[in-house]
Ligand binder design. Sequence first.
Ligand code: SF4
Ligand code: SF4
Ligand code: FES
Length: 536
Amino acid sequence: MPKFTLNGQEVEAKPGQTIIQAAADHGMEIPHYCYHPDLPIDGNCRMCLVEVEKMPKLTPACTTLVNDGMVVRSENERVKEAVRGVLEFLLINHPVDCPVCDQAGECRLQDYYMVYGLHTSEIPLGMKVRKRKVIDLGPMVVLDQERCVLCSRCIRFFEYVTETGEMQFFGRGDHVAIGTFEDRPLDNPYSGNVVDICPVGALTSRDFRFKCRVWFLHATDSVCGGCSTGCTVRIDHRDGTIFRLLPRRNVEVNRSWLCDEGRLSFHKLSDGERITRPLVKGRDGVQAPVTWEEAARSIDSRLKEIRDTNGAASILGFASPSATNEALFLFKRYLDGLGATQFDFRLDSEDKKLADEEDQILRHFDKHPNSMGAIKLGLMSEQVGGIEGAINAARAGRLKAGVVIYFKPLVERPGDAEAEGRVLALLDELEYSVLLTSHKADWQDSASVVLPVAAWSEEEGTYTNFEGRVQLAGKAIEVEGNALPVWEVFAMLLHASGAESPWMSAEDVFATMADSVSVFSGITLDQTRLPGVVVG
Ligand code: SF4
Ligand code: SF4
Ligand code: FES
């Protein structure tokens, strides 16, 4: 481990690290535009110049490897003067249209100007080189050429990550501009990432731009609910509305990237009406609203009646691979308490799809965030054989009652309508069914009881991704109406059935799960924060 001195402080670097990387590991940011931790180094912007003792000239921190005994200064007057010069040069032709730029508030040009610049421009506005603005670059990105600082991050992303090579520099001298050949749209499934990595307002998000100023947003750490990869994300929200999803860097899962479908998946939550009260079907066959206590009492007594008449094997627990580990754990604990033995979660061979890559970058074919959690918690039984098996068993009279959790996938695929049709078929065949779901749909009339539950982002909980990595997803917004988190519904049912129900939070449930399920043994909720923890 080479040791070096940075601004008077002795720090350690990993072998092969550059100065900028070692400094970042120790929480010291050296200003930069072109350097990005997940892209090949280009060393073109000269913003990261530092002074290295015994070197006659300032040197770029992003291209210089740390040597043992090196003495580096990144904050003295000589360095500041150089950075100021680079900034002044970059701002010569910049339009300085911050008041109408969507990047304002998270722009590195603005930020560094405030720290290093604060100079008066020598170039009158009328003399600046004009370039094109508001160029439509497909479904995710809008380009403003005047704001580009020519860092080439976007070019390198398309060259080395997606390997689609859409963006290039065109022209010469101060007329160099970024763009795509003949303004062709960026329509690869990862194009939204260039908005995140563009350090200025040259590439902005078609979906997010002008919806909210970034300083009004609150951030919640979470996990994408769009597929079994479980990308680590940040949810930006305000007053109960989600405005955007951004990647949180997790080198073990998604590095700094998200797929476009996952990035936009939160829009699915506002697609359709919500169920706001528990509904129980009366003797007239019509669902009517009841209180949670009434619903819990009636479900527990009816399930016990069916068990006592037909045996515990006539009760099915059909879980959703989109529910959290805590939800699935209490779901199973409640049904175990009734003596139920029939469990499954597979609407569409999720067990086979979950490790199947849809591309070589991030996406998996299984569009649920927690199929692996359902497997680890013992919710896949060959005896049931997925939803088709459950429908057949109900049709043959072997299954009489079912507790079903269902969430519409946040990332759509053509087979979704058929999968939903299979849930309806199951409800139709069962004599008594309890459905936990978040959004209204006509087919839900078939259920004996409908319980409104929190959707993704409305409750805290953990998900286990395709490789067994458990990650914590925080609660960003409040649930609608009287809906409850799924774990809370089963805590209530356990209480109604006379069992112990001591959980006040998802964290309490996690602790019990870690105590009683061997794969989660010894893990604390804190360990499931970035980068998460892999269970056996
Ligand atoms: S558009 Fe943004 S990311 Fe691309 S070169 Fe310009 S400043 Fe860099
Ligand atoms: S790859 Fe999957 S988990 Fe990652 S952003 Fe896309 S949908 Fe979400
Ligand atoms: S960040 Fe080092 S030269 Fe651009």
